[in-house]
Design a protein around this ligand. Structure first.
Ligand code: NAD
Length: 257
């Protein structure tokens, strides 16, 4: 049984992880951590804290869905207490990313801006398309619920980074929305457009526009189970891995062998 500490336990993703853990064998929900008080409905027999260091012991795995500061504090607490970390927060700055890299020298950390299997498959398809139609214009359109804090989404940035890498671009070609007389579109540009509203869980489309034709790759997350399942597979991977910074691809390759 892998002891799991859910960080961001009062939030949308944290609650979805805790709910799933009640039914999935091989894991034991040990504690919830959040900067807010224990929400109604959280099992009163389980630990609750605002500070991850208070509840962590060696061998625990933290599943974190908070925000940039929460991801950093989770990583530092995990390194101090020798616990593994699955980190899902998006919108991290360079210093916050660096804090996770530092902590990964001491413990296993798996980070992903998107834990769904479908996005992993879309990224593979994206690489194929980029080699078949390298000169077509690429635009990314993402939609999320009205409460999302960061824009563009971490997944949109991940997809854009895949395009930049495949094209071997040096300068950053990202164009965040357009307004006014911006003139003709430079060929290397990658437009990113964030739509916010309602309860969209996550929707990403990569648009390829050629001359007289276009095509789209689109992934829609209908409910958070898609992320939760990936995060639990990641937790199992982290529990048996040496210190290091891992991606979701590592989990899939381990499962294939
Ligand atoms: P949410 O706002 O519903 O929940 C976030 C929770 O984290 C809140 O309860 C908040 O109180 C808590 N929190 C924030 N900062 C904290 C801190 N420093 N210490 C302790 N608790 C803290 O948000 P959500 O929809 O659950 O998403 C959370 C994060 O996960 C966002 O960054 C989102 O973009 C990301 N996300 C990632 C994936 C993925 O697959 N990687 C999927 C969905 C959401």
């Amino acid at each position: 049984m892998i002891p799991i500490v859910v960080m961001g336990a009062a939030g949308r993703m944290g609650r979805a992880v805790a709910e799933t853990l009640r039914t999935v064998p091989g894991f034991k929900l040990k504690a919830g951590v959040d900067r807010v008080a224990r929400p109604a409905g959280w099992d009163a027999s389980l630990l609750w804290s605002t500070d991850p260091s208070e509840v962590l012991e060696p061998g625990d795995v933290v599943i974190e869905f908070t925000g940039p500061e929460g991801a950093t504090s989770a990583a530092e607490a995990c390194a101090r207490r020798r616990a593994g970390l699955v980190s899902g927060a998006t919108g991290l700055g360079t210093d916050q990313e660096a804090a996770l890299v530092r902590a990964s020298k001491t413990v296993a950390i798996l980070r992903s801006a998107n834990f769904s299997l479908g996005i992993l498959a879309l990224r593979r398809a994206l690489r194929e398309l980029l080699s078949a139609i390298p000169d077509w214009d690429v635009e990314i359109v993402e939609r999320h619920h009205r409460a999302k804090q960061d824009s563009p989404s971490g997944t949109a940035l991940l997809l854009a980074a895949d395009v930049v890498q495949a094209r071997g671009s040096s300068a950053s070609p990202l164009r965040h929305g357009r307004e006014g007389r911006v003139g003709p579109r430079p060929a290397a540009e990658i437009g990113i457009h964030s739509v916010r509203g309602g309860t969209w869980v996550g929707d990403h489309a990569v648009l390829f526009a050629g001359t007289g034709e276009s095509l789209e790759l689109r992934h829609v997350t209908q409910d958070r189970t898609a992320f939760v399942n990936g995060a639990l597979a990641a937790a199992e991977f982290v529990a048996k891995s040496p210190p290091g910074l891992y991606t979701l691809e590592a989990v899939l390759s381990a499962a294939a062998h």
